[in-house]
Design a protein around this ligand. Structure first.
Ligand SMILES: NC(=O)c1ccc[n+]([C@@H]2O[C@H](COP(=O)([O-])OP(=O)(O)OC[C@H]3O[C@@H](n4cnc5c(N)ncnc54)[C@H](OP(=O)(O)O)[C@@H]3O)[C@@H](O)[C@H]2O)c1
Length: 323
């Protein structure tokens, strides 16, 4: 007998069901209705199995579509900036979150604050650019969450602003290890846990530098656009069979410690505003809300996407002020 679609305790879709095999043949109904637009109701009418699925699912799905209740999450680099906003967003929506960073005092301070807010957050000291530390981090996550993980947010990333010929060998290694190798390996380590959860979501923190060229950011842009964005798409396809989705968020200037120094230059800041249709910087919470959405059942058909959070910067064309 088929297992129920919805697990009674969590209300989440149970991937042990033959959902995929039920659904695929029904899609062929397109071929018998070649010229008729297929509305969702007419499509369902032609699909007895779909009807059955949808009568089992709605009440539970509806109540959990916009929630992360009962889910487990790892967010790297959660003590400042975008990572911190993501930790708070996910925990506020009901997830149990583990995070990491390199500075122990800062992490301890955050953990105390999160506890006082009633968030279920734990933390480890870990430099994600070091393999052995990544392995210990994932062992900790595995033991904390009973070998299951619903969400991994690969947030840590860095930047060294220099023209490409001036980057030293050491700087190139640091950028590659922090922005790509660490992320790739953390995904490898997280895979068995994500799979075991039955409902996995990987979110990468990319950048608009992965879409358009930005001054002094050739290598950083390559790690985000060439590496992270393509990994997002590959994992979406490679892990779909395990019910693991993979998406990325790509911010433009967000007010965090990483960009504090460059934005302290007034002329530079003015240039940033003038290049941004919304004419302002972003707030970390404007990224974390998208990350949360990408982890929820509400976004269950979205995978392999890289979504810009950029006030319109990446689609800006030519809009001269006085014409
Ligand atoms: N801010 C922007 O305008 C912007 C724009 C585009 C993309 N992004 C991307 O967004 C992500 C977050 O940026 P952010 O601006 O929020 O950075 P941030 O303010 O510098 O915060 C970085 C966080 O990551 C931790 N971290 C840094 N390196 C780490 C490492 N090797 N191992 C473990 N933890 C580490 C930091 O804590 P410790 O220093 O204590 O380790 C901190 O908690 C990055 O991937 C960045 O490329 C940011």
């Amino acid at each position: 007998m088929a297992e129920p679609l919805i697990s009674p305790s969590s209300g989440l879709v149970n991937t042990q069901t033959p959902f995929a095999s039920c659904f695929k043949p029904q899609l062929n109904t397109h071929s018998i209705l070649p010229f008729k637009p297929i509305t969702s109701s007419s499509f369902r009418y032609k699909c007895p199995i779909l009807n059955q699925i949808q009568t089992i699912a709605p009440s539970n799905l509806k109540s959990n579509r916009w929630s992360l209740q009962g889910m487990t999450a790892l967010v790297t680099g959660g003590t400042r900036g975008i990572g911190r906003a993501i930790v708070e967003e996910l925990a506020g929506l009901g997830a149990s979150v583990h995070t990491c960073s390199r500075n122990e005092n800062e992490l301890d301070k955050c953990l105390v604050e999160w506890k006082s807010l009633g968030f279920e957050v734990s933390g480890s000291i870990c430099d994600v650019s070091i393999r052995a530390q990544r392995e210990s981090l994932m062992e900790k996550v595995s033991s904390l969450f009973d070998c299951k993980l619903n969400i991994i947010v690969n947030n840590v990333g860095t930047n060294i602003r220099k023209s490409m010929v001036d980057l030293t060998a050491e700087e190139v290694s640091t950028l590659l290890a922090t922005n790509f190798e660490s992320v790739f390996n953390l995904c490898q380590l997280a895979y068995p846990l994500l799979k075991a959860s039955g409902l996995g979501s990987v979110v990468f923190t990319s950048s608009v530098s992965g879409f358009v060229s930005l001054k002094s950011m050739s290598l950083q842009g390559a790690t985000k656009g060439g590496a992270i964005n393509q990994l997002t798409r590959n994992l979406a396809c490679e892990w779909a069979k395990d019910n693991i989705r993979s998406n990325a968020v790509a911010p433009w200037y967000i007010r965090t410690s990483m960009v504090e120094q460059v934005l302290s230059n007034k002329d530079y800041l003015e240039e940033v505003y003038s290049r941004t249709p919304l004419q302002r910087l972003g707030d970390p919470t404007e990224v974390s809300s998208l990350v949360a959405f990408l982890c929820m059942p509400a976004s269950s058909y979205i995978t392999g996407q890289i979504i810009c959070v950029d006030g319109g910067m990446s689609v800006n064309g030519f809009y001269p002020k006085d014409y």
